[in-house]
Every structure is written in structure tokens, then in C-alpha cells.
Design a binder for this molecule. Structure first.
Ligand code: IVH
Length: 669
């Protein structure tokens, strides 16, 4: 079993179980063999360094064997102390002796590579293979832009540089995006993708996969004076034009190692590539020689691991959750598993397409990833472990009978979109808080003092269920809330009262109809003039509105087709929310002195806020845009105006101050 996984991992670059699971099995086997030596066989995976030469790539014997390194799986600071204690005892240092100096660096999660430079020129690149013999991958390695084909300032007959070829996480995601676009299989993780790319038989195939490299050690050397410390070697590498990670340090003793372990652990998720630990090396080469080797590993180095970010577990069920915006997300309910430092029992499957593409089903064994604060996700299925009674592929519509699991409204998926959504909008409890906050925000009804904490409290206490409930609030229910004094309760009620007098555009925007932003709300209000005309408008009629296309039109139609939504609108009107409506056909327009003008605002104006200036300009018929172009008529600039002002000057566009703007607005059209 273990041998099979080892073969998949090292030889085929296509593991079926996470590394942590392999490590666990390996350690289990080691423990069994230690307890029952009679069971130990010569071909046990514990008895050799695994990795074979692939048929097709030329075998290369390493001039100096490529060793492996001891792994400290105790991820606590104790792991570093144990290593320091082993080193000190091997060097016969007593407690009074000064602390040992270590070079601390990252443990990159890729594959080891030996780069052979002769007279400064790259002549051979070989994988580690079994440590004695690797594979010639020179052609492929030449496609990696980061690897110099000639070293700077080196003419030594032989200089072998060892390091790790890896794939950055963003490059990996981009590659998978491309695979999805092509409808091809996505890759499971950056490490295996990098390993697979390096061992391609066709260098052109390698070149399409973005690889990177970090140097961390030496192989054979002839005619080059090796620096006295490991840190010195890395500095020399950097000077030769080789990529060396900047996240390295020379530290003193166990405490220095621990500090590095903690610091890099905190930084781990912000790094653009995966690491599975840090590596400590005795810095002095003289001491390294004194310490020497065990069978395969140097005594002067250790890899100190971090908790694994991927683990294997079983999917018990697949739930569909409704988000604050009505988005329906399939979530795998898992057999709890310890991953990335916490116990995880839910992992997102993102959407129906992703679930089907990965073919995740109830009963499957899956690999779960949790990196830092990112929500845990299911990376893939371990198909080998699929039970005979596994569930059906996910059909979200069928699973839900076409209805939102929270409010029972119809669910819908727009063309070209991956997400199913609940159409309940204002009515759906899952969307309640979001809907209320949106309605109350400054650019909608503008209820001052109704922020997210208060909305949380009001909804959680069951005081507010739908938008109209806002206007039923009384002093008693507000005073009952935590931290709500009499004064602030009264202020809120006054603000609510004030907010009732609004505009049709603000009201429409506040309803939170999908795809109806502020500008579209204004367009709709201007075109229809009255809410009832808009609510009853046919699709064709909606499409008559300038700047309204089929997506917006159908979203407006769907919204007002839901009886719940109409009810909310009626109740809001009954509560006294009102605006001026034009009763004839389209709103009769007030004089618009700036009609057709395109204006950009930048910097801080002396008295007007950005929103006030925008409202004034729009009321006068101008269009306010975000970036300066040849179409811009004026740029209104205040203090600390930046690149937009430069751009205006460059294009010769008129720049106005606040006074000039106010003068323009006051001028008769
Ligand atoms: S030094 C004699 N340094 O981890 C020491 N290895 O088993 C040889 N690795 O195969 C390795 N980052 O692929 C070293 N900073 C680092 C490393 C590193 C990753 C890998 C390497 C090696 C394995 C250790």
C-alpha cells in the first residue's frame, strides 16, 4: 500500500493521498518494524530512498549524492530545541559553551534539482532520483527564465548548485484557469504540477508551465573557493545571479531557531509559494564536517515542519447554504479533521460546476485544504476510495426542488453565471441583514445611525424581519437592546422618520434589485417617473430605457414578479415612505445647465464632500465618471489631487476648483 503511494508520489508525480497521510502511514510502518523486526523486509519502503528513473529521460549519476534531510514533525518550538540539543551533544558542547550559529531558511515545497555549471555555463540539470542517480532534464530546466544559463563572475571548472524548482501559487491558479477554459483536467497542487512539468519529455510542454527556482546548497565543486559558512554560500549564489530566498537568517541557538519558525509560520500564508516547514543548518562548514552524516542524512541539518494544510477525510453530506446576497453555495459536511491548525468539519465546494468538475459526491474520501484564514475547501476526490454506494453527482436544482432552502422562493441561474441564486431578495431571511443595510445606506434611504452592529442586533433579536419593520420600531423595542441609550434610540427614530422622504431613484436603488446600481436606478426613475409604471413594465418596455440591457431588464422583471417583493414595496409606501412622482409619462425635466457634460472629481474640495459634489453635478445633468479621458469636459480638483489631475493637464482638459464649479452650477442653462 505504502509502496504504491510512494510510487505514485515519487515516480508518477500523481499522488492520491495528501503528504500528511503518507507521512503518517510511513511513520506507522516504521513503528511496526521497530517493534517487530522480524516483519522488516528488504523491499520495505522504509529501507530505501524512493524515486526511479523514468523511461525516456537519460539517467545521470550524481558526482556527489543528493542527500535527504531529517524531518522534525513536532511542529511546536520543542522541535527546534531537540535539534539544537542533538547538535550540541554531538559537538560535545556543555551548557557553558556559547550557542551554535545556524542558517535558517524556508523548506520549499517543490522538487530538488542539481544544476551543473562548467566554467560558469549550465551544462546539466538533473533531478534527485534515488539520490545516487537522477534524470537529465536540462532541456526542460533551460525553459525556466529564473535559472541563469551562465553564472556571473564564475569561471570555476565545476560548480554544482542545488535548489528547489517550484511553482508559485498564483501561477498555479492561473494555469488551472487556463485548463478550465480549455475544458481540460485541472491540477491538484503546485508541487506535483511543477514535478510533472520538469519531467516532461517535450520541453515545449514544460515551457507552458510557469516554474521558479531557489538555490540552497552545493554539489560537486572544483576550482571555487567555498565560503566558510552556509550563509556565505547563499550570498555568493545571489551574487552569481541565482535566485536565493530573502526569507533567511543567521540565528543563535535554539531560541533563534524558534523565533525564525514562529516568524515564518506567521508569514506562511502571505508567501506567494507553498512551504511545508523551515530548514535549519549549522552555519559553519567546519562544524558541519565535524558533525558528519548518519546513513543518508547530515547531522547538521533538519527540516522543522508546520501543520499540514491538506488532509484527507470523508464527505458525510452536501449542504446548500444561502449567502447574504442570495448566492447558493454547496458545502461539504465532513468527518471532522485537523488541518491547517484547526478542526474542520465544513469545506466549501464553491458552486455546482466546481463540484461536478471535481466529481465530489456524498460518501467520497476527499482532500481538504485550509491555508491560513482562507475558508477550507475541497481540493479533490481520492477516487481509489470511492465506496460502491457513493451518492449521485450534484444536481443543485434537483436537490432543492427548485426552491431556496431558507425561504422557499424560486432559485435561478442566469445565463453565463456559475452561481444559482435565491430570488427571494427582501423576503429571504438569509438575505435580511444585507438587505436592510443596503436599504439604509447613505446613497439609498440614508438612515443615519443604522450601522451593521445595530442591524445585527435588531435582526438577531427578531425585532426586524423585513424592511417595513424598520418603520414600526418604537422606543421600547430599541431601549431593550444592549448598549442603546434613550438618546440614541430617539435619534434613530427621528432619522428613520426623516429618511421616509426620499426620491424614487434612491428607493429603487435601496431595494437591492440585482444589477440595479445607483446609476441604473436613476435611469429607471427618470424614464418611468412613477413606481407603478415601472413595476408593471414589460421586458420590451424596460429595454427601451437608455443603458438598460437584457440582463438588467430581466432582473427587474423577476424582482417585481415575486409577490413577496411587491408586498414589501406596498408596506413601505403604507409606512409613509414617499417621493415626488411625475404623473404624466416620463418625468418632466428640470432645467439642466450641464446636460451632456462629462466631469471627473479628484482630491478634497474645501467645503463640498465628494458625494455632495456628485449629486449637484448629476442634478444639473452632468455625468460624473471615474477616470480622465479625451471625452472628459472638466476635472474638478481639490487638495491632494493626484494622477487624475496630471492626466487632465496632459490632455489639456479644463481644471476647475470648487468656486468655479459652484459658479457653473448657479449659471442659467
Ligand atoms: S537542503 C543535505 N534546504 O527538502 C541537505 N532542502 O529531504 C539537502 N528542500 O530533497 C537538502 N527546501 O527537495 C534543503 N532550504 C532547503 C530546502 C530543501 C526544500 C527539500 C529538498 C530535499 C528535501 C529534504
Amino acid at each position: 500500500m505504502l509502496a504504491l503511494h510512494a510510487h505514485r508520489y515519487y515516480v508518477l508525480d500523481d499522488p492520491q493521498i495528501p503528504d500528511a497521510e503518507y507521512d503518517r502511514l510511513f511513520q506507522e510502518l516504521q513503528a511496526i518494524e521497530a517493534a517487530h523486526p522480524e516483519l522488516l523486509t528488504a523491499d520495505s519502503p522504509t529501507q530505501r530512498v524512493i524515486g526511479q528513473v523514468l523511461p525516456g529521460l537519460r539517467p545521470v549519476r550524481h558526482a556527489v549524492p543528493m542527500l535527504s534531510i531529517d524531518t522534525e514533525t513536532d511542529t511546536t518550538p520543542e522541535g527546534a530545541r531537540k535539534f539544537d540539543a542533538r547538535v550540541r551533544s554531538a559537538l560535545k558542547l556543555d551548557e557553558a559553551a556559547p550557542s551554535v550559529e545556524y542558517a535558517a531558511e524556508l523548506k520549499f515545497d517543490g522538487l530538488a534539482m542539481n544544476l551543473r555549471y562548467e566554467s560558469g555555463v549550465l551544462v546539466l540539470a538533473a533531478t534527485r532520483g534515488d539520490g545516487e542517480t537522477g534524470e537529465d532534464v536540462t532541456q526542460n530546466i533551460r525553459t525556466i527564465g529564473q535559472i541563469p544559463l551562465r553564472l556571473i563572475g564564475v569561471d570555476a571548472p565545476v560548480l554544482e548548485v542545488r535548489g528547489e524548482v517550484y511553482m508559485r501559487r498564483d501561477h498555479f491558479e492561473r494555469l488551472n484557469d487556463q485548463q478550465r477554459e480549455k475544458g481540460e483536467k485541472t491540477y491538484v497542487n503546485p508541487r506535483n504540477t511543477a514535478a510533472g512539468a520538469v519531467r516532461q519529455l517535450d520541453p515545449a510542454a514544460t515551457a507552458t508551465r510557469p516554474l521558479s527556482f531557489f538555490a540552497y546548497g552545493l554539489g560537486e565543486v572544483q576550482g571555487w573557493e567555498v565560503p566558510a559558512t552556509h550563509a556565505g554560500i547563499l550570498d555568493a549564489f545571489a551574487a552569481m545571479g541565482l535566485p536565493v530566498s530573502a526569507d533567511r537568517a543567521v540565528v543563535q541557538g535554539a531560541e533563534g531557531l524558534i523565533e525564525f519558525h514562529v516568524a515564518m509560520g506567521a508569514k506562511r500564508d502571505a508567501l506567494p509559494f507553498d512551504i511545508d516547514g523551515v530548514v535549519y543548518k549549522v552555519d559553519s562548514r567546519a562544524l558541519q564536517q565535524q558533525l558528519g552524516f548518519k546513513t543518508r542524512e547530515p547531522r547538521w541539518a533538519v527540516a522543522h515542519k508546520y501543520p499540514a494544510q491538506e488532509q484527507m477525510t470523508v464527505v458525510r453530506d452536501i449542504d446548500i447554504q444561502v449567502g447574504r446576497t442570495g448566492k447558493l453555495t454547496p458545502v461539504a459536511k465532513l468527518e471532522p479533521v485537523f488541518v491547517g491548525g484547526t478542526t474542520v468539519s465544513n469545506a466549501t465546494l464553491h458552486n455546482e460546476d466546481a463540484t461536478r468538475r471535481k466529481d465530489v459526491r456524498i460518501g467520497d474520501t476527499v482532500i481538504v485544504r485550509r491555508a491560513g484564514d482562507v475558508i477550507p475547501e475541497v481540493v479533490g476526490v481520492v477516487l481509489d476510495r470511492r465506496p460502491a454506494d457513493v451518492g449521485e453527482p450534484l444536481d443543485l436544482y434537483k436537490r432543492l426542488g427548485g426552491k431556496c432552502p431558507i425561504c422557499g422562493s424560486a432559485i435561478a441561474r442566469e445565463e453565463g453565471e456559475v452561481d444559482w441564486r435565491c430570488s427571494g431578495g427582501l423576503f429571504c431571511p438569509a438575505q435580511r441583514k444585507q438587505a436592510i443595510l443596503h436599504f439604509a445606506q447613505r446613497r439609498a434611504l440614508d438612515v443615519e445611525g443604522l450601522g451593521d452592529k445595530l442591524v445585527d442586533q435588531l435582526v438577531d433579536a427578531g425585532v426586524i424581519r423585513t424592511l417595513p419593520d424598520l418603520f414600526k420600531l418604537g422606543l421600547a423595542s430599541l431601549n431593550a437592546l444592549d448598549r442603546m441609550g434613550d438618546k440614541s434610540a430617539q435619534n434613530l427614530l427621528a432619522n428613520l422618520e426623516k429618511s421616509k422622504r426620499t426620491t424614487l431613484a434612491r428607493f429603487l436603488y435601496g431595494l437591492g434589485i440585482r444589477h440595479v446600481g445607483e446609476t441604473t436606478a436613476k435611469d429607471l426613475a427618470r424614464h418611468f417617473g412613477a413606481l407603478d409604471r415601472l413595476m408593471d413594465a414589460s421586458l420590451e418596455h424596460l429595454l427601451d430605457v437608455p443603458d438598460v440591457g437584457p440582463i438588467v431588464a430581466s432582473s427587474v422583471r423577476t424582482f417585481f414578479d415575486q409577490p413577496h417583493n411587491r408586498e414589501v414595496v406596498e408596506q413601505l409606501r403604507a409606512a409613509g415612505v414617499s417621493w415626488g412622482e411625475s404623473d404624466g409619462a416620463p418625468e418632466a425635466s428640470a432645467p439642466k445647465p450641464l446636460a451632456g457634460k462629462v466631469v471627473v472629481l479628484t482630491g478634497t474640495l474645501p467645503t463640498l464632500s465628494r458625494d455632495q459634489a456628485k449629486d449637484l453635478l448629476e442634478a444639473a445633468g452632468a455625468k460624473v465618471t471615474g477616470s480622465v479621458s479625451k471625452k472628459t469636459d472638466w476635472v474638478v480638483a481639490g487638495a491632494e489631487a493626484g494622477s487624475k489631475l496630471d492626466k487632465a493637464r496632459e490632455l489639456g482638459i479644463a481644471v476647475l476648483g470648487e468656486d468655479e464649479l459652484l459658479a457653473l452650477l448657479a449659471a442659467p442653462g
